[in-house]
Design a protein around this ligand. Sequence first.
Ligand code: PRX
Length: 643
Amino acid sequence: MSDGKLEIDKEREAEILKAEAELYPPSPETLEAARIKDVEAFYRRSLDDLAGFWEEQAGTLEWRRRWDKVLDESQAPFYKWYVGAKTNIVDNALDRHLKTFRRNKLALIWEGEPGDTRTFSYQSLHREVCRFAGVLRSMGVKRGDRVTIYMGRIPELVIAMLATAKLGAVHSVVYGGFSTEALADRIEDAQSRVLVTADGGWLRGKTVNLKQIADEAVQRSGYVEHVIVVRRTGQEVAMEAGRDYWYHELMSLPIALPRCETEEMDAEDPLFILYTSGTTGRPKGVLHTHGGYQVFTSSTLRWVFDLKDEDRYWCAADPGWITGHSYIVYGPLILGATSFMYEGAPNHPYPNRWWQLIEKYGLNILYTAPTAIRGLMRFAESWPRRYDLSSLRLLGTVGEPINPEAWRWYRNVIGGGRTQIMDTWWQTETGGFMISPMPAVPLKPGSATRPLPGIVADVVTEEGKSCGPNEDGLLVIKRPWPGMLRTVYGDPERYVSQYFSTFKKQGWYLTGDSARKDADGYIWIIGRIDDVIKVAGYRLGTAEVESALVSHGAVAEAAVIGVPDEIKGQAIHAFVILRQGVPVPLEEDLKAHVRKEMGPIAVPAHVSIVPVLPKTRSGKIMRRVLKARALGLPEGDISTLEG
Ligand code: PRX
């Protein structure tokens, strides 16, 4: 890579080389239980006839009208899947289960941070979704409208997403940990007339003022006409007459009927927008559609976590991120699974919370992020050892590279040495798992192993040549897949320039990650090659955090970088130049300002006040130099440094 290698990259390299030699084959029991035993043959068959393969996968779902063509590449890179088909993802996620034994099966088991619990069968979830769809419709929400949803991990979040989709409207969920500016930007970009939120959310024994943040964001963005407020914490909130309504009051009106027709959509009609950070500027609205996304999320979930009807599955992510969209909401519901969802943090009030939940509900699959694993690993093993975790059959991880040490701990201490770990590599843009093992695949700790069936991934040089074994390169996807994003909402040019301009001639999708392939073809993700920082697995753009800093009256210019952090993977280090003639702010003030504008996840761990920032002659900030400075390492070649 052109950026040069720092000591820290070399550490990861040494780790990879060591872990490459370790191999964890599935146990005979795992192999016996695995739905797909001959992974090699399955993969080969998918590539022999890609369109035929994805057609077969789509055949497992219900469609109102079948497609005329599986894949239309005539407008590439604006690919179309299942052209001409009619469907609605809610037909498959809810409606069709009511005709089977799953009607009375649990769809969702939920526990709140204070310990309150709620359960929904497929029938009762369907009823709540219909009722809320009736409410949204009465507010004028119709096909194609955007509804913004901003709340904590509570069932109403899932209900609001599904109700929006049922009406053919488009949801834009904003993670409940984001704050005013982040929410306002996203409402504005989507031009949502309706916002669904909550009075507050529970977090580590305290409540977060969601409604107050929502009020400020609504004021700044100026599109929202109606705000629907779920009562979760019962805290005092201001309600604006004629604009704000309580969810429970609306749900008791005759508009909230237990039945509501599901809108018939084209396979390529938009289902949701989810904002994510890219190289420059504002977050991009990644757009996914009804048809391809339902096929991709359900197929990949079936292959990787091998869900069985009797399983209880826990994806501990937040529905506000893609992991939650695909693998808490849509994927599991389409497969008719029983999911568990927990509102709070893993270590509150004690670091036994998760283990207690696994034992209490007999959960079979746990899917989480390396940062949570590392966070829990800090505490004595006696915390998990006190619980019966023998129900666990498979474990999963996502969001950032997992260090082999955390991987081994996860498998041995939590999985009792018997569970395989599904290290799933994917992105908001990909809609679902791309590179991941399946239960029958032998594992190497820290590698996401190989591409899934139907996915053609490779590691290439900047010139587009396949890299040799253990050579670092760019991770690309060479063929389209049904779950891929269709565009950047309102900005198709950005879709093309961001993902399809580097390898324009070849038509490859650029992931933005660097990686290497070992001699066995196993892929090892190294990290982002752009200005994306992964803090505790959350994806943040340097530009967003910098703009929050610059909106503080004392800051003239800001540059942020990611530095290694033992628990969070990366932490933010900010460098700021202050304005002349203003009082020098405290570091704490700057951090508090970022917290207020962007949310707690974007708060820099360190802020350095500096007189100048290192820039190239063309004015680009040299983040590599800043990174070396922050880590006290040699700055390397700085010959292009300005002045
Ligand atoms: O850098 C990769 C990292 O997360 C990025 C995508 O972030 P986001 O869109 O927020 O989606 C995260 C959840 C799907 C990727 O470009 N990443 C994701 N999964 C892994 C990973 N890095 C290493 N190993 C993974 N399993």
